[in-house]
Design a protein. Structure first.
Length: 412
């Protein structure tokens, strides 16, 4: 029996993890990103937890409605990690160029004076808060005490004494001796519009800017977010919420039918359910007039990349968001999709792209800069990536074949 892609009904929306992956790419590039997920809290919590699990991360979930502070909630998640002690020992072992067993031998059972000497002799430069935190961890190891969330009140007190303010603004200090990958992500559950105008949101933005690679998301009911956007003046915070907006609307997604040729293509290459939902998500974007067109364009880039990876004759050829060894403007040139060996660049133009004259002019300058470097440029509209998918793929295939024939001719 043939499987009808347009009638596929997954248990929950799967394009949200896909959009979260896009946000994670932005973070890896150092762009402060707040994932603003609009939908029902229970659904968001499940989807976020699944995404966190798939990326082997942990998360803290906090709401301004609770009496517990954000910093306390985050620190509880951090100290609950069973690998925390091991990571700290590995950090000290790397500094001393020795084994973790040797570090344990130098710490366990030692006096405060001996621990003072040990820390003073470390060939590192930590911040004042970093020195205090490291000493606190070292003393726990010396006393052979297990690191658990029971120590959070003590740790919060230390942070407050050091900084004279809420420690949520200083969680970045933990990156001085812990790898960012082990720090808990954050899901903040917003229940009313006042929360979005509160000082805690400003603190969260500051945290994201100081730790741009840390995954942070807001869970916001649709009505609350709509009221905030319509009643609040433009600001840096509002812009960040716009940029990271992910709206969960499963029913609309299920009603969307893919073009027959796209359906046939995805069936031919045994596309995953997630890739199918990504296609439906992209079809929905133009009709909804997205607030942030760059987000929709990034979705189209990632979708096309995933399709190219799915097709055998284009698999492994293109890399996503490649930084080039030459500049464009005041920064390194970046190409949406780039085939290094074939020297072919694919650029995705966003929705309503040609309504902005300066954007059009900038792209012409970019095309010229790439052509001077001997790179062939292919440009496609984001809104065509699904509806004209096969045409786009045929163009890419033709260009790849033409380029290879030309290379062989030069060799002869």
């Amino acid at each position: 029996m043939a499987f009808n892609l347009n009638n596929a009904q997954p248990e929950r929306t799967t394009f949200v993890p896909y959009q979260l992956d896009i946000h994670q790419q932005w973070r890896k590039q150092g762009t402060p990103t707040l994932s603003t997920i609009s939908g029902y809290p229970d659904n968001i919590r499940k989807i976020w937890q699944q995404w966190i699990t798939n990326h082997t991360l942990t998360t803290a979930t906090w709401s301004p409605d609770t009496s517990q502070s954000l910093s306390t909630c985050w620190l509880e998640a951090l100290l609950a990690k069973q690998t925390l002690r091991r990571h700290l020992l590995e950090y000290l072992a790397v500094i001393h160029k020795c084994t973790t067993e040797h570090i344990l031998h130098r710490l366990i059972g030692k006096t405060r004076y001996e621990l003072d000497i040990f820390q003073r002799n470390l060939p590192i430069n930590l911040s004042t808060a970093g020195d205090v935190l490291l000493r606190w961890f070292i003393e726990l190891i010396a006393r052979e005490q297990e690191i658990t969330p029971l120590f959070v009140p003590e740790l919060v007190k230390i942070l407050n004494v050091q900084n004279g303010q809420d420690s949520q603004n200083d969680l970045a200090v933990f990156t001085e001796f812990f790898p960012l990958e082990i720090l808990p992500a954050l899901l903040i559950e917003i229940t009313n519009c006042n929360h979005l105008n509160s000082p805690s949101i400003r603190s969260i933005i500051q945290l994201i800017e100081s730790l741009p690679k840390l995954p942070v998301a807001l869970s916001v009911p649709p009505d609350t977010l709509a009221h905030y956007f319509s009643s609040t003046a433009e600001s840096r915070i509002k812009t960040m919420l716009h940029t990271g907006l992910i709206a969960i609307n499963q029913q609309d997604s299920l009603k969307i039918n893919l073009p027959p040729e796209t359906t046939c293509f995805l069936q031919q290459y045994h596309a995953s359910t997630q890739l199918i939902d990504e296609a439906k998500s992209l079809l929905r974007v133009p009709s909804e007039a997205p607030i942030d067109c760059s987000n929709a364009r990034s979705q189209a880039e990632l979708f096309l990349f995933n399709v190219l990876e799915l097709v055998p004759d284009t698999h492994g050829i293109f890399k996503l968001n490649t930084k080039m060894p030459f500049t464009f403007g005041n920064q390194a040139m970046e190409i949406d999709l780039y085939a290094h060996k074939e020297r072919i660049a694919i650029e995705i133009d966003g929705y309503y792209h040609f309504q902005e004259l300066e954007t059009w002019r900038r792209d012409r300058r970019k095309d010229l800069a790439l052509q001077i470097q001997g790179i062939l440029v292919l440009r496609f509209l984001a809104e065509d990536v699904v509806t004209r998918l096969e045409e786009i793929l045929n163009t890419i295939r033709f260009t790849l074949r033409s380029g290879r024939k030309e290379d062989k001719f030069k060799d002869n």
